[in-house]
Design a protein. Structure first.
Length: 155
């Protein structure tokens, strides 16, 4: 895993910084995209907006002015995400984000278009992506001593 230490950029929270694995880029597909660092942290809960404040999907053309839009499109439409990420809810295998294996979907926050909430099953938010100008931030909900953290596809 490509992790480097980072100053406390996320308001007093412990987090990791992951750098892209450029060897995983697909020639002609995502090799021309510049990938930022990925800040990753876990929390026990998130303030999740109501469904009225969310739009299903994450790569709408009206978002082209948001930071890292090209990365967002490759993530949401092509499942390409070159970060060495293996967490309770998120998996990347050689640059491919395994959305389908875990029945994940995203919804864009209408009041903060730089934020996408990630859902497993209808109504169960498991995290959020924030596409900020200097980085992409991934916050994952991981509850201590909770069987809901398991993403076993056999269940």
């Amino acid at each position: 895993m490509s992790i480097v230490s980072s100053p406390n950029e996320w308001a007093g929270t412990d987090h990791q910084v992951l750098l892209p694995v450029y060897e995983w880029l697909i020639p002609g597909k995502n090799d021309l995209v510049k990938y930022p660092r990925l800040l990753y942290r876990t929390v026990e809960s998130l303030d999740v907006p109501t469904d009225d404040e969310l739009l299903l999907g994450g790569s709408w053309t009206n978002l082209t002015d948001t930071p890292w839009y090209d990365v967002r499109v490759l993530l949401c439409e092509d499942n390409l995400f070159p970060y060495d990420l293996t967490t309770p809810h998120f998996r990347v295998a050689r640059g491919v984000f395994l959305w389908g294996a875990f029945n994940l979907s995203v919804k864009t926050h209408l009041k903060d278009e730089e934020t996408m909430f990630v859902y497993h099953l209808p109504g169960k938010c498991i995290g959020k992506f924030e596409f900020r100008s200097s980085s992409i931030r991934l916050t994952e909900i991981v509850r201590k001593n909770d069987d809901e953290n398991s993403m076993d596809t056999a269940s």
